[in-house]
Design a protein around this ligand. Sequence first.
Ligand code: ADP
Ligand code: MG
Length: 413
Amino acid sequence: MEGYKQFTWSFKMSDLFQKSDVEIFNKRFALTTKYLPKNLIARDQQINEVVNLVRPMLSYGEPKNAMIYGKTGTGKTVVVKYVLNKLEKKTKEENFKISSVFINCKAVNTTIRIILEILDTIAPEEKIQRSGLSTSEYYNFLWKILNQKGLSVIIVFDEIDQLNDHNILYNLSRAGENQNLEFENSIGIIGLSNDLFFSDQIEPRIISSLNSRDFVFPPYNANQLIQILEDRVDIAFEKGVLDYGVIPLCAAYSAQEHGDARKALMLLENAGEIAECENAQKVLESHVKKGYELLNTNCLLEMVKTLPIQSKIILYTIIELVRKKGKITTGQVEEHYKEICKKVGFRVLERTSISKLISELDMIGLVNAPVQHRGRFGKTRLISLCNDDKLIENVLFEDPSLKNLAPIFTRPQ
Ligand code: ADP
Ligand code: MG
């Protein structure tokens, strides 16, 4: 991390953007999630499963609904996009009236916005009132358009666990039976999620009306990750700039975690960027190692950023105390925590809640807090830090509620 900060760009006066004699990247976008690869590695079975969901539509039948589970970077999004792209091609060639809509529930998660998103895709020519109508008016408008156009649609809910209101799944899946749609039109639903237990959060009546097939995408192994990376390097990088150990190392690191293809691609991009900043002739294994450190630090800081405020206060308390005293106990944290709460004007939690939050911070790896048995004195935790406390502290200070804790001259505005 420290090393990375010291990298400098070497500029030539004639061309501000000329970084070195050797260019590292060619078309870098091939490493991003926006890029849709021509071929997918090790996903034939999964592609087939998705094809089978939509196949009935090509003989004027109803598509099947499905939930696709799998950890991040196991190719859920890319597999579904790949199949829907092929379906769109086939639809155009053979004049089927089939459309597909891709909804990222992280960005669009309320019922009306989702209906508008569907309408925008299937009927871009319609001028639709963006607000002021009731939900049922928006639904009716959607049924009307589908019937008018004689359309069937596949609706993909990516990151479906972020959806606000599950009723939309019920209403869309029941549209045919409720006679909102003509018999030749149908709606298929495909939900994607990292959360294997998502269906536990849905009401049974919605589950039963969805009647979905469930699939789980397995993680990639190191060899498959190597193939995924190799498939893109000719586009992403200049010829011959990757040292031979680079791709296997990116794959090994990512396979070790949970076979995450996204991480493998990000790691390769990071390594390339570091090589570029160092003005190196080639991307080396040492650049991958630095890239890996950087990637992990960024993930960690993102995690700190999104902690609830009380966890942030506890984490800050631990940082301050550990700096003064080394390893500390739960009791010491509790005492100091009360003072910090006073400084930032937050409610003081009970001892049991404080303990719970410390154990959560331990579980996600932000602190080390093993339980120690102290004979007749009972149990306590012996708490220490496992990461760069200065970096974490700076992220905590970015929270407007905690900015009073920062030294005055460094406070964010
Ligand atoms: P998920 O949706 O499961 O989190 P993505 O589908 O977004 O994962 O995949 C993450 C990244 O890895 C994307 O850039 C994607 O293009 C790439 N990727 C995933 N699986 C494959 C594969 N089988 N072949 C080629 N690239 C893949
Ligand atoms: Mg995804």
